[in-house]
Design a protein. Sequence first.
Length: 326
Amino acid sequence: MARVLPQLGEPQSQEADGEDQGVGHQFGHGGHKERVQHAFDFIFAARSLLLFAGCFNRPFILDCMAQRLGLGRSPGAWMTSGFRRPLIPAAALCAFTVAAAGCAPVADQTIGPESQQDNRSVQVAMPVPKPVATERIVIIGDSLSTGYGTSPEEAWPRLLSDDLHSVQVPVEVINAAMNGAGYIAVGDEEATFQTQIKGSINASTDVVVFFGSDNDAGQDPAELHAAVMDALQTTKTLAPHAKRVVIGPLPAFDSAASDIDIIRDQERMAALDVGVEFVDPVAEHWIPGPDSALLGPDGEHPSSEGQQFLKGKIKATLGEPRDRPV
């Protein structure tokens, strides 16, 4: 028959008292240490079983544990029976408590980007590289930049574009140069430096390179200076944030040398007036003499080797493309 648990405060029967004494006898004599050790071993094994089985019937399993230990009653019944002597050692009782607590649902204990206080996931934002806009470089010039005497594929702007494609920042080189053009001189397709600017430069332009031009030879110096100033001002209006670089004409080694000096001087003064970088190929002796391998058969336009030389010089002047976020 099922046992009826005594209510708190009721006098206990002799039978119950005898059972209590029997239990006390079992735990109070020479086998006490061995039984406690056995209890701990059994409880830890039972706790693993409870965790694995999902704790489906905790009271039943605890009763079975008590029966296995020879206690005769479940821990719950013992704690409400009211007898007067210690039923089991404190350590064994604590072990029962741990085993019972182990049957509770186990919280997620994964260590990671989660809150340890309220178990709410905290999203950790990984750094995302900023999108980088294409750097646009526009070339304003004459036949020194078109590949005249070689080919457009060998022209230094094309070589520069090929070189810059290997860098991390995407680069677009727009070659607006036209044969025969100058700040004032009108070249192919009625082009001047001013028309090239208006046809190729806008707010997305990052760099503008002016190169030349000896086509302006014989022009009035004051008018040439004003034309250079106008070109630089138009560029500033269309591309306010663009870097501007003015490169003078290449040296000449004949009667045109004096004209080259005048052109160079007007360009340099205009660039200084507006705070723009000026590069002087004459003073820097880019071309060492009329028989230089950097010049083609006409002694005026760059050879294939000369185009490579110009690419290297102008690339060094511009520096690395800027890492400009969109």
